[in-house]
Unconditional design. Sequence first.
Length: 757
Amino acid sequence: MNVDSQDPWLIDLTETQRQAVTHCGGPLLVLAGPGSGKTRVITRRIACRIAAGVPAWRILALTFTNKAAREMKARVDALVPADAPGRRGLVVSTFHSFSAGILRRYGPESLAAGIGQKPLAAEFSIFDMDDAHAVIKAAIGRANLETAQWQVGSVATEISSAKNRLLSSAEYAQNALDFRQRTIARIYAIYEQELVRQNALDFDDLLMRTARMLRDDPAVLAQLQERFAEVLVDEYQDTNHAQFTVAHSIAREHRNICVVGDPDQSIYAWRGADISNILEFEEHYPGATVVPLGENFRSTSHIVAVADQLIRRNSARRHKDLFTGLGEGVPPRIAMLSDEISEANYVIEEFQRANREGIQWKEMAILYRMNSLSRTLEDALRRRNIPYVIARGTVFYERREVRDTLSYLRALVNPFDEQALRRIINVPARGIGATSISKCAAVAVARGCSLLEAMMMARQAGIAERTAKSIDGLVMVLARYRSELEIKPAENLGPFVARLITEAGLERAAAAIADDDQDAADRKANVQEVANAASLYVLPESQPDARAPTLGDALRGFLESVALVADSDAVDPERGVVTLMSLHASKGLEFHTVAIVGIEEGLLPHARSMDSPQAVEEERRLLFVGITRSERSLLLTCAATRAVRGLRMRTIESGFLREISGENIQRLDLTEGVEFEDDESGQDENRRYAGRQGVGGSRRGGDGGFPTGTIVRHAQFGVGTVEEVLPRGSLTSVRVRFRSAGVRTLVLEYAKLEVIA
């Protein structure tokens, strides 16, 4: 390929970035460290491939958030004008959005996308977590089980894991090994049947059904392999098995796949991400080119050095030298405070000082492992009248009046969406009681039809004439607006939604649930904001020979974009407020000043990770991600005591903090001479911060210094007795029976056990 250094996509690149951008043909792994310009590399590479003659419509770029997809698309637009030859039809999308589009296009024609012999209908709804949990709760009841014993969240997690492994309910049942799995298989089967009945998919279905279709339907796979000659995957370390299957299936034959990611930032194993996908890329694609990007363009050298020192402790990684040319900067600080209130006050006082020195609130963020840690921080911010926002994803779209409005739109595109229909049947109030709804539902079951079809037969179901007329009114509104979906152009979406809001009385309904006039005005404005959002929605580019999109296409796309919004999509960098968010949600963001709070054993690393070396490494990666969000100022804090379930507990500083030492870090003990007295309840059994041992505060020996029978004390679990020593390669674990926490298996390297006797 001829390379002209004056091409806009090659200007201001480092040598390694240029190598990744201009790589021509064959598999490419870009190991992109924090702040190394990975988005620049991906977008410049797309522009470079288009310039090399690859039509844009044959390029597929996949990422994880709408925000990332929008940014990538905008950067490509700036490099390659929309009217340039071969420019039309580029697909830059999230995995979920891409999968939804593929399923709508090919799913109805492919049994492989369905369940059993039931094909997938094109007009499916996408159930969010609340919808899915409601259906799972109902499935638990239909299985004659109690939600007290079979908690919805736990069952949902197991079903999600099964779908990530591409298992239908029948396949999961075949592999069930014990009573618990066999019971969950029953619930999964009922849940799956209900999704089919309502023509709905949950988030995991989007990936699972696409992956199964590509795996099991050669005709569909051949079409997509022909369509996409180049595949690029962002944040490859976060791909799960289903996402790996989708990308790998399309790229398997031509091998023109470029993946960009960093094993050191793999932090989503709890939702199925498989770090082995990136670690074993060269096994999947022998002869692949590997380009490491280690230069950090975000953070000063002290911050980079601290992050590097921490992450080197992990074994599941690909090493790359991390460095920066931004100067030393100010050394990060580790501060130990007396309690969580002192911790919050100290962090906010430091932010106030930074603000007085010219740093804007919007350039500051407070990160934490658990959302519950935000309470004291919020209190401290409110007392000082400092503006802040908590980034928790789809807050706007979770508001009641907004969900009502979206449910109307869902009922238009999918008449089988019973969750949406039940939500709007009395919005606004129509006097349709629970008994009437139950009668319609019974008709639906008896006749094997949808709830909406049963509502059209309200009088035959024995429903009073007055109520039947109210039902008729809703049915007619839905029918009238549904008739426009395939005959009007996509550009009409905003006015269409605005008309529906008015005719359906949704502003009136929003005002009816308000507490006062101001609340009513706010809720009505929220409803209108849905119409505003719809008017701003832009359909993805189509390939050159595609038909003109309809209003229905636009509405389905808009609903997908709302359903698939991610935590980081809620962060607006232009808002003049301090951002509070979880470490998981912070990935991909950057701030001038960052504080990470609650870095204590049991919190970070989380108590659930203590019996797994792999889980501990992921917790270390999580802290690494948080540290590398900081550009110039970094504060790491922990508290000597913390309230836990209403009790004041002593804590132990996270072993991760003891892994950071030297001139790159400043340590502060601000506990103000707090003294502790042991009690006999086992509730206050932790040691003082000063004088504690470092990481692996265990004594060495064949048994790690903790032979069977040793009585020990743990920060989280209290007092217990060592029952068994379990060597695991270079690490040693012990099985301990605790007085109050039961039997736990702990890795000595991280458990910080104290010998009592």
